[in-house]
Write a protein that binds this ligand. Structure first.
Ligand SMILES: Nc1ncnc2c1ncn2[C@@H]1O[C@H](COP(=O)(O)OP(=O)(O)O)[C@@H](O)[C@H]1O
Ligand SMILES: [Mg+2]
Length: 475
């Protein structure tokens, strides 16, 4: 809602609705009761005596510039509905990404909301919502929008194989096909690549978060890697002795078993062979290729739908570690400014950022959550259970695109860690319909209600716009 004052405007948000009446509670109950028992009793001047109360909180004052509201509007001010013109103070940022249209209740206003992509992506994004509220749809829209721009590269670990659109609409239909890369282990369609990773690229730290290892087991991996370098897995499986270092037989046996089953390896008579996506011969350049494509601002989708969660995380760790190392190096060299932001999309983020997982040791995703923004590497964490992510990490995620959340405990976790004060918005969040979002971010002045478009329609509309635009150019 808006209140107009001579030199400024107040923008207010409705956070609750209640009944109000001039008639006392007791009398209202009596009238209702009499009506039930005897029939037709009515209240005189009903519409004057009974009404609805809307509770508003001021979010902004808009004068020459807009500020967080620190005062009250005058008594008995007129309140009116917000319109498009009231929002002219919102300007499009320099590296925008499109989120959707501004929403007032369930009504869409014809006003586009853009967020500053570079900043938002490097300072992490959280997308919390119950199932079916539109997380994947939102992610598809974001990827589609970013694919048309140059400032960000995105790594998508896709456990449901839903973003590329193998059968159906998806990112493969984007007009800038060259910006979309798709890696899949099975029958890559034309233009896509087969996902093979050479086992020499695996390092002990990649296993953090993917499988649980005891301290001796972890040390065993590190010692073999230190001693044998790239060929460490072979030498470990071959149980070669290392001078001055002794591991218990059981430790070696367990480590061997874990490696063989996780990586899908075969080891017989000193011969190592592989069936899964990890290969002894092929896949030397896969990680390099992916990192190069990310640095070119492309969207790299990894189809992990065929793998167990542990392998998905292992693959994610390998690529993420490599790109993070590279960006750390660029920062040291002072070359970071020329590079696009890298964003890593994680479905079911508590698998790697959950309190329980992190108790067993840190992993690359946690490091990025803590310090990635310094190196222009960020996370997009998608989850139904934000409460499983520790508070200090949630607080480090500076943009939250909240879709409908049914469970109160999950809402609380998000509300407590949001950049703007949402303490009164519990009911608003509970009543968000599919595709309706509340965006709270250090990069917006207030928590913005947004309607996310449906992906199929978003794509159609964007195509029309490009056609129109190129036609105008042609004339
Ligand atoms: N912004 C939206 N507008 C309209 N319908 C939507 C929107 N987002 C999602 N839906 C509908 O809801 C369904 C579930 O959405 P999805 O993104 O798969 O949810 P989630 O990933 O959260 O489980 C979609 O198939 C689509 O029909
Ligand atoms: Mg989904």
């Amino acid at each position: 809602m808006v209140i107009d004052h001579p030199h400024e405007k107040f923008i207010l948000q409705v956070y609750d609705l209640l009944y109000g009446s001039q008639i006392s509670e007791q009398n209202l109950e009596m009238v209702a009761g009499m009506n039930l028992e005897e029939g037709s009793f009515a209240i005189m001047d009903e519409s004057l005596r009974n009404y609805q109360l809307a509770f508003l909180k001021p979010v902004l004052t808009v004068g020459k510039n807009s500020k967080t509201c620190k005062k009250l509007p005058a008594f008995f001010s007129q309140v009116r509905e917000i319109s498009r013109e009231d929002l002219s103070f919102i300007t499009t940022p320099s590296t925008p990404f499109y989120l959707g249209q501004l929403r007032s209740g369930s009504k869409e206003l014809d006003f586009d909301i853009f967020l500053p992509g570079k900043e938002v992506f490097s300072h992490h994004v959280l997308i919390p919502a119950s199932t079916g509220k539109g997380k994947s749809n939102l992610m598809s829209c974001i990827l589609w929008d970013v694919a048309g721009k140059e400032y960000a590269g995105m790594l998508v670990l896709d456990p449901h194989d839903e973003y590329y659109g193998r059968n159906g609409k998806g990112l493969k239909d984007h007009p800038r096909k060259d910006k979309i890369r798709y890696y899949t282990p099975v029958n890559p369609p034309p233009g896509a690549s087969s996902l093979k990773i050479n086992i020499s690229k695996i390092k002990p730290e990649h296993f953090q978060g993917a499988i649980s290892l005891s301290d001796p087991q972890r040390q065993c991996l590190y010692v073999y890697h230190k001693k044998f370098g790239e060929n460490w897995i072979y030498h470990l499986l071959n149980e070669e002795k290392i001078q001055n270092v002794q591991f218990h037989e059981d430790t070696i046996a367990v480590v061997k078993r874990k490696l063989i089953s996780l990586l899908g390896l075969d080891f017989h008579d000193g011969q190592l062979s592989a069936q899964g996506i990890f290969d002894t011969i092929a896949g030397e350049s896969t990680i390099n290729d992916i990192c190069r494509e990310l640095e070119q601002g492309k969207i790299v989708i990894i189809d992990t739908s065929y793998f167990s969660g542990a392998i998905e995380i292992l693959i994610g760790s390998i690529i993420t570690t490599e790109i993070f190392e590279r960006y750390k190096f660029y920062k040291k060299q002072g070359q970071l400014d020329d590079r696009p932001v890298i964003s890593i999309v994680l479905e079911e983020a508590p698998r790697v950022l959950g309190t329980k997982v992190l108790e067993q040791g840190s992993n690359i995703f946690e490091s990025i959550a803590r310090e990635g923004r310094k190196f222009k590497v960020g996370l997009i964490a998608i989850t139904q259970l934000p409460s499983e992510i520790p508070k200090n990490i949630l607080a480090n995620i500076n943009t939250k695109i909240i879709l409908g959340i049914e469970m109160n405990s999950e809402r609380q976790a998000v509300i407590e860690s949001s950049p703007q004060d949402l303490s009164q918005d519990n009911r608003t969040i509970a009543s968000l319909d599919i595709g309706e979002a509340l965006v709270t971010s250090t990069f917006t002045k207030f928590a913005v209600p947004v309607k996310i478009p449906l992906f199929q329609e978003f794509v159609k509309q964007q195509k029309n716009e490009t056609v129109q635009r190129s036609y105008v150019g042609f004339q």
